[in-house]
Design a protein around this ligand. Structure first.
Ligand code: GLV
Ligand code: MN
Ligand code: MN
Length: 415
């Protein structure tokens, strides 16, 4: 059965009931019961709409429609996992848009309205968010050979649960039939912008032409555990004080550069022993630096290294910074951008080229196959928040655009 655009909103509402929160968002971190519930629902959706479902060892969930036996696939997708207490649209919008577009174009191909040279596949990448299991974009990193499967599977969350264990609770286990990179000819993804450029400029759709660069660190501050009251101030080696200095330094670092050239944050903190009458012996935290200019990012990392040294001296602690994930300011293929623009023009949608600040699974895929990445507007740019919202008309316009892109990719446009 093929989908129509109007079914999309009902399906999206049904999908958003999994892990739904009181504030209108969702909470379904990778491999939790809520994520598995969404995956099961999506698997049933795929089967009902003529896809064959399979999962790979890294937890990526695929649906395939074979039109040209033996031909490679046009792969469409995004992710169904979310940050804690997050919005409904980040990732999930793109997965359902992909499945809908694939279903519509598959039916058109079967009816002889398009001439496919490829097959159609959709994917729900496992653990794009990286909130429970770091790094982010885990499933697509394994799929593209950037992360070893064993390393991904051995990753633990903060309670010590491994990815292997979290995946074992799924409705479908890998049987070797899932798609691999060698079978993929093209990739396309649609996502909410998570910023407010499209909304502010009154533009209907964005065609992503580059990513911001990102460097993510794990920071460990080691001090000495002692009594909060009895220890003399000059004797203290307070790990939380060292961490606080570094958090403030990271925030202030942005002011060293032109506005808009550097985004920095520490957003996760673990304190040991985290007790009211005991000075912290260790703090571990993340550090996330992003820039639309690789030189700025390199200078920022350098400067922060120096400031970390000062924080360490002032607090009497040891500060270690370990690079855990990074990507550069890499362009998306110009042919993919041109195809996105031609599709938007064919549909009469206003469009603009746009950079993505957030990482996406397409950030991995574009390095290995020709890729098209599209954005729809986010109201007020709010994201990773229950209030994340994309208007229905914008969401539907995006599904229509992805469908047109799929049609073109399937027929061999873009070479
Ligand atoms: C996404 O995973 C990001 O880090 O932006
Ligand atoms: Mn996302
Ligand atoms: Mn996200």
């Amino acid at each position: 059965m093929s989908r129509t655009y109007s079914d999309f909103l009902d399906d999206f509402a049904a999908m958003s009931s999994f892990g739904s929160t009181d504030g209108g968002g969702v909470d379904r971190q990778a491999g939790t019961a809520e994520d598995h519930g969404t995956r099961r629902w999506f698997g049933q959706w795929l089967t009902r709409h003529g896809y064959t479902e399979a999962v790979d060892e890294a937890g990526n969930q695929f649906g395939t429609i074979e039109l040209v036996p033996g031909a490679p696939y046009v792969l469409l997708g995004s992710h169904l996992d979310s940050q804690p207490l997050a919005g409904r649209y980040d990732g999930a919008y793109g997965v359902l848009a992909a499945a809908t577009a694939g279903s519509i174009v598959g039916a058109e191909a079967r009816a002889g309205k398009v001439n496919p040279v490829y097959n159609i596949a959709v994917v729900n990448w496992f653990n794009e968010e990286g909130s429970r299991f770091a790094p982010s974009m885990m499933g697509s990193s394994v799929f593209t050979g950037k992360l070893a499967l064993e390393d991904a599977l051995a990753t633990t969350d903060h309670s010590g649960t491994t990815v292997t264990k979290a995946l074992a609770g799924g409705h479908l286990l890998p049987d070797g039939s899932a798609l691999t990179l060698t079978n993929v000819a093209r990739y396309a993804e649609i996502h909410i912008e998570q910023g407010r450029n499209l909304e502010e400029s009154g533009t209907q759709v964005g065609v992503v032409d580059r990513t911001w660069a990102a460097s993510k660190f794990r920071v460990t501050v080691d001090g000495a555990q002692s009594h909060t009251g009895a220890t003399r101030m000059e004797d203290r080696r307070d790990a939380l004080y060292g961490a606080a200095l570094l958090i403030a330094a990271a925030r202030e670092l942005a002011a060293e550069f032109e506005p808009g050239l550097l985004h920095t944050s520490v957003s996760e903190l673990y304190v040991l022993p985290n007790s009211p009458v005991t000075i912290a012996r260790q703090v571990t935290m993340n550090l996330d630096l992003r820039s639309p200019d690789e030189d700025v990012l390199a200078r920022a990392v350098d400067l922060l290294g120096k400031w970390a040294g000062e924080a360490s001296d002032r607090s009497g602690t040891d500060v270690r910074m370990e690079l855990t994930h990074q990507w550069g300011l890499v362009p998306y293929q110009p042919e993919g951008v041109a195809l996105g623009i031609a599709s938007a023009e064919r549909l009469g949608f206003t469009h603009t080229n746009i950079m993505t600040v957030a990482g996406h699974d397409s950030t991995n895929m574009k390095d290995v196959v020709p890729t098209v990445m599209l954005f729809v507007p986010s109201v007020e740019g709010i994201s990773h928040n229950e209030a994340e919202y994309t208007r229905d008309e914008d969401a539907l316009r995006g599904v229509e655009l992805l469908t047109e892109v799929t049609r073109r990719l399937l027929q061999g446009d873009m070479g």
